[in-house]
Design a protein around this ligand. Sequence first.
Ligand code: EPZ
Length: 417
Amino acid sequence: MPARLEIDGGVPLRGSVGVSGAKNAALPALAAALLTEEPVRLTNVPGLVDVRTMGRLLETLGATVRREGGELTARAARITSDVAPYDLVSTMRASVLVLGPLVARHGTARVALPGGCAIGVRPIDQHLKGLARLGAEIAIENGYVVARASRLKGARIATDLVTVTGTENLMMAAALAEGTTVIENAAREPEIVDLAALLTSMGARIRGAGTGRVEIEGAPDLGGATHRIIPDRIEAGTLIVAGAITGGDVTVADLVPDHLSALIAKLEECGVPLEVGATSVRVRGPERPLAADVTTSPFPGFPTDMQAQLMTLLGLADGQARVTETIFENRFMHVAELARMGARIETDGAIAVIRGVARYQGAPVMASDLRASAALVLAGLAAQGRTTVSRVYHLDRGYERLEVKLAALGARIERRA
Ligand code: EPZ
């Protein structure tokens, strides 16, 4: 039986806990190492399955990747292959982030189409349209994207929708293009700003990262750099909700409050008292949260990656709440499992209506995707009795030793192989 977590709920969490580096900043930062022959040294890198997968992908392309504790040094002195194979890409969609750097640095790339995942089809058409605007020839052959360009040329790109990894792919490609690139309708996530900081320290000239319009001045080549990965705002948010849902008193440290403003505002609307410091948030769980409606949207709106975790809290609220998921078409996989713990949730397309109940009952539940599995852990922490969360490999993709951090706050939680 694959690893599972066993949780005996009902314990108010107490104490303080530190946040690890951001998965969704570490993955593009590793891909950026392909843009230079020099070493790129990353610090505060989380120990996650997805980070290890990206490291393996870089190695198949000819890079060396060396981890020492929280530091990871990647060096692509030479590119010896331009293929990102299906077996790697199908386990981690973020592999598509090597497409832009490969075309820019090496001139050719063959990246398996990522295919869908639990939360949706997740096409990459915007990535491909943007690269074509930069002068790449794009073809789809036997399930692979084949991209070629002798030298990319700066261009004006207007994406049809806001895409995080699409913006990141195009920023990285533009960093080595000839001339200036402007990306309109760019994603504004903190991870975009972090990637721009890394590219800048490698010698790129980028303006507007974090706004909807990013301007990149291409350079003939880029150098190495040392860069500290920003804290993971989604892990931080998950830990804050853990304090709230268990009625505890938890200080979540090593975070950037500005990365969490939509979540903080929503939790205050739910009657969760928060003390926001310079690099920490102290949360004291209310007797019972209030119901509040939430709609996910691109940063700085409420993050889709926190939707399942907030829904779990709303499932115990005093009243009825509506959750509208606007980013992914199938991101309510946690609803059926929460219902097995006693939650009363009706879904209709992108909308879920939650009628709060007094308590969850512990139950055996199954994780389906990364953030849904985090939501089930939160429900288990609050539930009466024992919850067993199976297929916990989903959790390990995006959370570094979550059960160890929660146990240190007093949770009765154990990993069973
Ligand atoms: C990033 O995924 C994150 N992953 C996701 O986190 C996050 O949920 C998502 O952004 C939204 O914030 C990484 O950064 C590695 P998108 P990404 O492109 O870039 C559609 C997690 O839990 N779209 O912003 O793949 C797409 O289908 C993961 O850590 C197109 O139609 O998301 C989706 O509906 C899950 N065509 C919407 O746009 C495209 O070319 C937003 O997707 C690209 C995207």
